[in-house]
Design a protein around this ligand. Structure first.
Ligand SMILES: Nc1nc2c(ncn2[C@@H]2O[C@H](COP(=O)(O)OP(=O)(O)OP(=O)(O)O)[C@@H](O)[C@H]2O)c(=O)[nH]1
Ligand SMILES: [Mg+2]
Length: 381
């Protein structure tokens, strides 16, 4: 069922429509909460929109993604509002994107591009920026026959190697060259990081990586535990760069008394995170892969918390990362006490070991420290 609302648009932005689709592969279970997350992505990207439409579909269509009736609704609404740009909540294939663009005469931005935009805005370090650039080139490569060529032309690349070289070949060569440059830059940065990591490992100081769905409270937890001031914001993907801080534990059976451990903040996960973004965030992935322990932070106040846990665990599984984990159920100040008691009695027992916490007033921090002090910080490798 489609719903339509209006919002004011900024003059310098194209007239935009957002389309939230609940597709058959979506396992979140709660359409409204899924839509809220999508709109939050749109807001984080700084996009204002004129109209919105949301719909559930039972199947996806290879050429245009949406089923016939829903596609007609999109075309009609786009024409009614003279829409110039349509933001989709889902990942689209280049073919689907092109076809919808032709049918609506509007630029189509899919989930992948939307997340890339947000990452581009949040990257501050040179490593972060090169990683995003690489992910973006990889993305454009897949759109070679359309936007890839426009991008190449905008970048001023003209002329080919010989008279027989097609535009497609030129584009391919251009992207290969760009990727090569970015990769070399990234290799230098990552070699430095690798050396730092090896040095750190040689000191045998255990590493704890704080991981979880975006906006769960990972940076807030790092701040609370290590008395730091890492940026923590009510915004998706506020953290894109890894930060490591020292944490002193009173006593620990494997590392002795008054010993320090290192705690690293990481980039948040989200459902359908573009694969090239995951790959390009090697520094975050290495922090997780080589950690002795993961603190998996979950926003218990978010109705999709169970889905978030599944997304994070599936992502780790896909990346073949297997490290011991403590579940840190956060934001319990926003959960009604009766509901929290019920969680503790029933559902939370599925997640062991766990701690319920509120990073704002430090409720549960002592319990988490106790868990860390009793943890065996050993790695097989
Ligand atoms: N009420 C409440 N809010 C919290 C708590 N912990 C974090 N927050 C808020 O949740 C929002 C997100 O917190 P962050 O620490 O930035 O979350 P994150 O997981 O690092 O987010 P990304 O880096 O964007 O993935 C911020 O507005 C925090 O102030 C908590 O225990 N209770
Ligand atoms: Mg953060």
């Amino acid at each position: 069922m489609a719903t339509r609302e209006s919002q004011s648009t900024k003059i310098d932005q194209p007239i935009t429509m957002v389309v939230c689709v609940y597709a058959p592969y979506n396992t979140s279970g709660l359409f409204e909460a899924y839509k809220e997350e999508f709109l939050s992505l749109v807001r984080t990207a700084g996009i204002e929109y004129e109209c919105e439409m949301s719909c559930k579909i039972r199947s996806t269509i290879r050429a245009v993604f949406l089923t016939k009736g829903k596609l007609e609704d999109v075309i009609e609404l786009a024409s009614e509002h003279k829409v110039e740009r349509i933001i989709f909540s889902e990942r689209l294939t280049p073919l689907q994107e092109r076809n919808i663009e032709e049918l609506t005469q509007a630029i189509v931005v899919d989930r992948e591009q939307l997340i890339l935009e947000i990452f581009k805005k949040s990257a501050h370090t040179s490593e972060g920026k090169v990683q995003i650039a690489m992910a973006e080139i990889e993305f454009l490569k897949t759109r070679m026959s359309g936007k890839g060529i426009e991008y190449m032309q905008q970048s001023g690349l003209r002329g080919g190697k010989g008279p027989g070289e097609t535009m497609k070949e030129k584009t391919r060569r251009y992207f290969a060259h760009q990727i090569h440059i970015a990769q070399r830059h990234l290799d230098i940065l990552q070699n430095t990081r690798e050396m730092q990591r090896k040095k750190r490992l040689s000191t045998k100081i255990p590493l704890i990586a704080v991981i979880g769905y975006t906006n769960a409270g990972k940076s807030s937890l790092l701040n609370t535990m290590t008395k730091s001031a890492v940026l923590a914001e009510d915004k998706l993907f506020a953290t894109l760069d890894t930060t490591t801080r020292e944490l002193y534990l009173g006593e620990n059976k494997t590392i002795g008394s008054n010993q320090k451990v290192l705690m690293s903040d990481t980039v948040g996960f989200i459902s359908q995170l573009p694969p090239q973004l995951i790959k390009s965030f090697r520094s975050t992935l290495d922090e997780i892969r080589y950690a002795h322990l993961l603190l998996h932070v979950i926003d218990l106040a978010n109705p999709l918390w169970g889905h978030h846990i599944r997304v994070v665990k599936k992502t780790l599984q896909d990346l073949k990362i297997s490290v011991p984990m403590i579940y840190v159920f956060n934001k319990i100040d926003l959960v009604a006490p009766a509901r929290l008691d019920m969680f503790r009695m029933t559902i939370l027992d599925e997640y062991q070991p766990y701690v319920c916490i509120n990073t704002k007033d430090k409720n549960g921090v002592k319990e988490l420290r106790d868990l860390l002090e009793n943890h065996s910080f050993t790695r097989e490798d």
